[in-house]
Design a binder for this molecule. Structure first.
Ligand SMILES: [Zn+2]
Ligand SMILES: [Zn+2]
Length: 102
């Protein structure tokens, strides 16, 4: 199950389960859209992969207890800000490739 992390790993902005700004990589590293676009260049600082919009888990029990009430968001904050210069060096070659070619 996807781990719905509570904040942006870089700027610690709250990203509640219904946030449209949450972005995740395939390892569920979670950032806000602003950090992905302006600082990360769509390169995950932990794995080099690209980001997609985090899906919204339903807040209502539409079917089979598959909803936030049964499977709530994580409350464990992962706040690991990137150093912009270090990330720029790491991402320089990677960001020119689309995620599907990395
Ligand atoms: Zn952020
Ligand atoms: Zn990642």
């Amino acid at each position: 199950m996807l781990e719905l992390r509570p904040t942006c790993e870089n700027c610690n902005k709250p990203l509640p389960p219904d946030s449209l700004e949450a972005r995740i990589c395939s390892y569920e590293c979670t950032f806000c859209a602003t950090c992905v676009e302006t600082i990360l260049g769509n390169v995950c600082p932990n794995c080099g992969g690209g980001f997609v919009t985090r899906p919204i888990r339903p807040s209502k029990n539409w079917k089979g207890d598959n909803y936030l009430g049964q499977d709530p968001a994580s409350t464990i904050i992962k706040f690991r800000p990137v150093d912009p210069e270090t990330h720029a060096r790491f991402a320089a070659a990677i960001k020119t490739m689309p995620p599907e070619k990395r």
